[in-house]
Every structure is written in structure tokens, then in C-alpha cells.
Design a protein around this ligand. Structure first.
Ligand code: DAS
Length: 338
């Protein structure tokens, strides 16, 4: 019999979501999160040969209800494991907010060993649930000796995605997660994780325990919108704003002065609603163009989309940063791909 104490240690934290969602037999209502990490891993007997597992039922919720405070608490638990010899950590959660939670954990946890987030698109009551295969692939990545210097990655559908790029692109497909700019960092075939390339590291935010996060608004530009939601942003108590602008980083000309006024009072970050590519900085010169907005004090988001830009700004502000720190933070994040 195999001596399991030789296997790498991996902690699995469950947070709820589709992967954990089921219903009582015969019940007419929809599925709800009910299973914890112990049940999710017990359903995958192959895990026994890969790692010594610790299972932690950390939250039981739909992922849109997770908060930055939840993630700071989770990051502390993860950091404690990774600094005491665990090979890696797996987090199971709802897929709806993985693009944000993965990026937040990437910024909150500083370790050479991986934090691997997974979930499922088909819940356990459906034919062909993808949860067990995703948990298996995630633990394989977390336990792999060569899965170092990856930061936080998202593993679903046998693909390994970098937190800073991954997006949920489809409401129901198991291949919903895509890294639109660069493609996945790697993949899992016949149980072996393959890492094709690594990201440059970035700054981390490791001292946020007990901090109440400031409110940061995210507004998407759309055709003909008169921008009336911009006016009350400050009086509603927001400490920062992310704008998801048209195309390369454009808004209606009429909105540019309001955004400039706001940028004099709080950090306003300019991202693109297109879902892929870096926001422009020096191409167009019309009123409301990216050049106009940057001259008015907006901060370019680089390759970060609106939700990820909001995560970065929230962490900088929660750390006590000001508008200059937000500018520096986005600038140095951009340098991770230069
Ligand atoms: N959309 C569901 C999921 O994929 C619900 C959630 O995100 O919690 O898990």
C-alpha cells in the first residue's frame, strides 16, 4: 500500500456555486449551494493518489455574494497554508465572479506556490457535470512540483488561465473561461499539467485584514446614454470610478468634461468595454477620445477590463493609497506585459 504521507499537501477551500449546488430529490425549486469541500473531493476517488487533502468549507454562497472582505480572510488562510509547506491550494466557487476573485487573490497572496480556482458550469444534478473533472485537474495543478511562480490561476475545462486575463465569456458552456488577449497559460492532458509560459509578477497587497473596503463604481458607456449616472458618483460616496468606454477608450463628447471634473476629485480609470486588448493612449484626438480623457486626468487601465480594473483600484484604495498610488499601480501592472 502506498505511503500517502509522501504525497504533497493541498488544501481545498469550498465557497459554494454551481459546483456545490443540488436540490432535495423531488423538490421543484432550483438548485442551491449545499456541498462542501469534503463532499466535492470525496466524489473524486483519483485524488487519493495525487495529494494529502485538507478540506475547508469556507463559505456557502452564490459567487456574486462574495465580498472583498471574504477574499482578504480567505487569502490569510491560504497564505498560512502555503507558508507552512503546502504544495498548493484549490478554491472551489461559483463561476460568476471568478474573473474578479481570481485577480483579487492573485494580488492578495504572495507565494511561489499556486492558488488554483475552479468551479463548474453543470451542477451535480445534470447529465455530464463538469465539477469532478475540474476539481481533479485543479488539484493536479496545485500539487505539481513544476506549477511554481504562477500566482493565482483558474483551471476549468482542462485549461490553465492567468487570473489577470481570464474572463467568463458564455452563460452556460463548460468552455466559458477564456483569456482573450493571450490564450491559456497551459493545459492538463492525461493528468499532466503543462505550463506554456509564465506571467511577470506584480505588486501584492498583504496587509488588509480588518480593513473596510471603499466603494468603487463601474460604469459602462452605451449608445446615446446622457451620462446622468456620472453626476451623483461623488455624492453617493464612491471613492473611485472605473469607466468601461467604447472601443479603444472613448466616450460621448458631452461626457468628457464631467469625467474630467470627477478625475480632479477621485481616481477615474479608463478601460474598454470590448473585452480584449489594451486601452489606447495616443491615437485619437476627437472630444471624448482617449487622448482627450487622459489629458483630463483619467488613468489608463492598460489590458485590464472594467471588473479587473475595479479590483485593482479597490485594493490600492483599501491599502490607503491615493490617486497617485492608483496611477502608479496601473502603470506597474502594465509593465508586467512589457
Ligand atoms: N453561475 C453559478 C456558477 O457557475 C452560480 C455562482 O456563480 O455562484 O457557479
Amino acid at each position: 500500500m502506498k505511503d500517502r504521507t509522501d504525497l504533497p499537501r493541498v488544501a481545498v477551500f469550498s465557497l459554494g456555486g454551481t459546483i456545490a449546488s443540488t436540490n432535495q430529490p423531488g423538490s421543484a425549486g432550483g438548485v442551491t449551494p449545499q456541498l462542501g469541500a469534503a463532499e466535492l473531493t470525496a466524489a473524486v476517488p483519483q485524488l487519493e493518489d495525487i495529494a494529502q487533502l485538507e478540506t475547508v468549507a469556507f463559505r456557502q454562497t452564490a459567487s456574486g455574494d462574495l465580498t472583498f472582505e471574504d477574499l482578504v480572510a480567505l487569502a490569510a488562510e491560504i497564505t498560512a497554508r502555503l507558508s507552512s509547506g503546502y504544495a498548493g491550494v484549490v478554491v472551489t466557487q461559483g463561476t460568476d465572479s471568478i474573473e474578479e476573485t481570481s485577480f483579487a487573490l492573485d494580488l492578495l497572496v504572495e507565494s511561489d506556490r499556486p492558488v488554483v480556482i475552479t468551479g463548474a458550469m453543470r451542477n451535480p444534478t445534470l447529465a455530464g457535470p463538469d465539477g469532478p473533472a475540474n476539481v481533479l485537474a485543479a488539484v493536479r495543478v496545485a500539487a505539481a512540483p513544476h506549477a511554481d511562480a504562477l500566482g493565482c490561476v483558474v483551471v476549468l475545462n482542462d485549461q490553465i488561465h492567468a487570473a489577470r486575463f481570464v474572463r467568463k465569456t458564455n452563460t452556460s458552456s463548460p468552455s466559458t473561461f477564456q483569456s482573450t488577449v493571450v490564450g491559456p497559460l497551459g493545459w492538463v492532458t492525461e493528468g499532466r499539467p503543462h505550463i506554456a509560459f509564465r506571467m511577470r509578477d506584480h505588486a501584492h497587497f498583504t496587509a488588509l485584514a480588518g480593513i473596510r473596503f471603499p466603494a468603487v463604481a463601474l460604469l459602462k458607456m452605451s449608445l446615446g446614454d446622457d451620462g446622468r449616472l456620472l453626476g451623483p458618483v461623488e455624492s453617493l460616496g464612491y471613492r473611485g470610478l472605473v469607466v468601461e468606454a467604447f472601443g479603444g477608450g472613448h466616450v460621448r463628447a458631452a461626457l468628457a468634461p464631467t469625467l474630467g471634473d470627477l478625475a480632479a476629485k477621485m481616481p477615474v480609470v479608463l478601460s474598454s468595454r470590448t473585452g480584449s486588448g489594451s486601452v489606447l493612449q495616443e491615437t485619437y484626438g476627437f472630444p471624448g477620445s482617449e487622448r482627450d480623457l487622459l489629458e483630463r486626468g483619467l488613468i489608463p487601465a492598460g489590458f485590464l477590463d472594467g471588473p479587473k480594473a475595479r479590483v485593482l483600484m479597490s485594493l490600492i484604495l483599501a491599502s490607503g493609497g491615493d490617486i497617485n498610488d492608483v496611477r502608479d499601480g496601473f502603470d506597474s501592472m502594465g509593465q508586467t506585459t512589457r
